[in-house]
Design a protein around this ligand. Structure first.
Ligand code: SAM
Length: 401
């Protein structure tokens, strides 16, 4: 209703600061609840997380915890990770029994988790808000070893037997740096080809859509990795239980095998963890490359890789990274740059001709030999967690064509 002013004119009510803030909060909360609804629809196949998000979409009191998130961080995965961290730490909370990562895949009860989850959230509201207000999600996905190992074999196709100094940009806890210590099964239509250590307690696997395993069986195999150095803005120490628990909490507990694989990889690498330097992938890349090269020897083949990391860097910084690498190449006998990133992210790797297959991850390779760059190669696409790969080595290894 219009209000009458002292001078007799009429005007709409002007909300005071508190009213405006209240409206902004209500709008933000509505957006957050919409995101929970979208998450539930997109991941309907995940029994626990889709059920939680469906309920959160209609429950303002529990969804509102996400209002505490830092700008740009108010995403359902942060809320879900905060609660997951709590139940990993406190198996005595009512919600914990619904988590396969706490009780085991086969001990999760049938029924509706929401009453137990809601109770837990409201009882631990303050610590969950604190976690949401101070954290961002971070991952280290071990099954990405499936496409990284194919990429590594491709990078080394012309340098069989030359020791590798492996450098990972955005390495998180460095779990992918242990790639040659895992079993990687490429599951083709007729046969499974295994890379890495077949006796490893860490098993990674992906469906091999283009039979790249058959090419590997007659062509290059994984070269020896003799030095490994990671670089990350927020490196995670494998011996820091709290930090590792947060990484684990950011995994989705009802994706079968994901948490178990993460734990197995941590246990394997923990006694002698790979070095992960704190630093920026553009500003500090020289430090990481020289540390790895010095440990491996002058003739080593330096392979710089990134998987779902360059995508977090602004486009002009990606070009600065490309410039750094081509400059470094002048002083290295062999340098390869292996990228597994979203389309149009890695400089010089064109995804133009790739068919749209829903993978959203393009595996590309750039190589400098004796300071001169060879033709860039697009190996193909894959699922971002390595569940399938559609890759070919034909462009890098003429023995397989
Ligand atoms: C999605 S995680 C991927 C981790 C790992 N590569 C994997 O595939 O499991 C991205 C990582 O990149 C790191 N990161 C983001 N921007 C970075 C930068 N400018 N320099 C170094 N690391 C960065 C983050 O801290 C995070 O650990």
């Amino acid at each position: 209703m219009p209000t009458s002013c002292a001078n007799g004119s009429t005007a709409s009510p002007v909300p005071d600061d508190a009213g405006r803030r209240g409206q902004e909060r209500a709008d933000r909360l509505a957006r957050i609840q919409r995101r929970f609804a979208e998450f539930a629809a997109e991941y309907a196949a995940l029994p626990l997380y889709s059920a939680l998000c469906r309920n959160l979409a209609g429950d303002a009191e529990t969804a509102s915890l996400l209002l505490a998130a830092r700008p740009g961080q108010a995403r359902p995965v942060l809320w879900l990770a905060a609660l997951h961290e709590l139940v990993l730490r406190r198996a005595d909370t009512p919600a914990a029994r619904w988590y396969p990562s706490v009780v085991g895949q086969d001990s999760v009860p049938q029924g509706d988790p929401w009453p137990d989850v809601r109770r837990t959230v409201l009882e631990h509201r303050d610590e969950l808000v604190e976690r949401i207000a101070t954290s961002a999600t971070q991952t280290n996905e071990v099954n990405r070893a499936v496409y990284v190992s194919v990429g590594l074999a491709a990078a080394a196709a012309d340098l069989a037997g030359t020791p590798i100094a492996l450098v990972e940009l955005g390495a998180s806890a460095g779990l992918l740096l242990g790639i040659d210590r895992y079993t990687v099964d490429l599951v083709g239509a007729d046969r499974t080809v295994t890379l890495g250590d077949p006796a490893s307690p860490v098993r990674c696997s992906g469906v091999d859509r283009a039979e790249v395993g058959a090419q590997l069986a007659v062509g290059p195999v994984l070269p020896p990795v003799v030095a490994r150095v990671g670089l990350d803005l927020s490196p995670v120490d494998l011996n820091d239980d709290d930090a590792v628990r947060w990484l684990e909490a950011c995994l989705w507990p009802d994706v079968r095998g994901r948490v178990e694989r993460f734990r197995a990889a941590r246990a394997l690498l923990r006694p002698d963890p790979p070095v992960v330097l704190a630093g920026d992938m553009v500003d500090d890349i020289d430090r990481a490359v020289w540390r790895a090269r010095d440990a491996a020897g002058t003739d080593a083949h330096v392979v710089v890789m990134s998987s779902w990391a360059i995508t977090y860097v602004a486009a002009p910084r990606r070009l600065a990274l490309e410039t750094r690498l081509s400059t470094l190449a002048r002083d290295l006998s062999a340098l390869s740059w292996l990228t597994a990133e979203p389309p149009a992210c890695a400089p010089g790797i064109s995804a133009h001709d790739l068919r749209e297959d829903g993978g959203g991850t393009v595996v590309g390779l750039r190589r400098w030999r004796g300071g001169r760059e060879l033709e860039p190669v697009v190996l193909g696409t894959c699922n971002p967690h390595g569940q399938w790969v559609d890759l070919s080595l034909r462009a890098v290894d003429n023995r397989t064509s």
